[in-house]
Design a binder for this molecule. Structure first.
Ligand SMILES: [Cu+2]
Length: 121
């Protein structure tokens, strides 16, 4: 997954350098859009992560909001990251890091599973 991300970063860097040298670049904001971090919302309702799968990039923020009466967590399958308990109508966020585990579950209800797909570009 890290290998899929690295070429994108290298291309963004090269485009950034070329854009910086080319002073009459008509659309400098395009570089920003290509690398801008996004925010993703996942709701937890009926013991499900909705949507169960999302596409993310390194640097993006994912926020889980619990709509159930019972607490839940979003916890990496390898437990390398964890939101901690999210109570009813609470939200907790995680920033996607390079090489981060992207499959996750709820530590209270291990049959609840979600995943994040690292986008290739
Ligand atoms: Cu749960």
């Amino acid at each position: 997954m890290v290998r899929l991300i690295a070429p994108g970063i290298v291309i963004a860097f090269v485009v950034g350098v070329l854009g910086g040298c080319n002073t009459d670049d008509p659309e400098p904001t395009q570089v920003k859009q290509a690398t801008a971090a996004r925010e993703h919302q996942v709701e937890i309702k009926g013991l499900n992560f909705v949507p169960a799968t999302i596409d993310v990039n390194v640097g993006d923020t994912v926020t889980w909001t619990n709509r159930d009466f019972v607490p839940h967590t979003a916890t990496a399958s390898d437990k390398s990251w964890d939101t901690g308990a999210i109570n009813k109508d609470e939200s907790k966020s995680v920033v996607i890091g390079s090489g981060m585990e992207t499959d996750y579950f709820c530590i209270f209800h291990p049959n609840m599973e979600g995943s994040m797909t690292l986008a290739s570009d």
